[in-house]
Design a protein around this ligand. Structure first.
Ligand SMILES: N[C@@H](CCC(=O)N[C@@H](CS)C(=O)NCC(=O)O)C(=O)O
Length: 159
């Protein structure tokens, strides 16, 4: 995240910590310790899905003779398992954790939108209609509309 003075905060967990410290109201985390833990668990799952997808994506862009099918299958399992866990946790709740918008919603909405943008043919919506509904709801928020992810161009060859 690039700040107004041109400096940068990187790694999503630190970016969120920075934003929370700078703009504590409204809080991103629930007040109670169990709620905080639940939100952080969702964040970890989302990071895991995202990291596995980045690894899978990179592997797919290597020359085909260098690609490892078992490695790609391993990443795919993490993505599938992570999304299934997120779908189970979210259920049909309005917010992923507790009764107000917060970090867990940001994490889930970010990973689902990123998958939609970067991997449109992946059928996560058909598999998890509740996550699709949650994602669509989140995408109506101005903060999500203002920060739609876009695929970056890789200039260096992936070897
Ligand atoms: N651990 C880093 C991961 C950063 C990362 O790999 N981000 C990916 C999305 S999850 C990205 O920006 N990819 C660019 C693209 O796909 O165009 C973080 O959480 O900030």
């Amino acid at each position: 995240m690039v700040l107004e003075d041109g400096s940068a905060v990187y790694e999503s967990r630190f970016i969120l910590e920075y934003l929370e410290a700078k703009f504590p109201e409204p809080p991103m985390l629930p007040d109670d310790i169990d709620g905080k833990l639940a939100a952080r668990q969702v964040e970890v799952l989302c990071d895991g899905v995202c990291d596995a997808f980045v690894l899978l994506f990179m592997e797919r862009h290597r020359p085909v003779e260098h690609q490892s099918q078992p490695w790609m299958a391993r990443q795919q399992r993490k993505i599938d398992g992570g999304l299934a866990a997120l779908a189970r946790i979210s259920g049909d709740r309005e917010y992923v954790v507790g009764d107000r918008f917060g970090l867990a919603d940001i994490a889930v909405g970010t990973v689902t939108k990123y998958l939609s943008v970067r991997w449109p043919e992946f059928p996560w919506r058909d598999r998890h209609p509740n996550l699709a509904a949650l994602s669509d709801r989140l995408e109506t928020r101005a903060s999500f509309q203002d920060t739609v992810p876009y695929p970056q161009t890789f200039r260096d060859k992936i070897v």
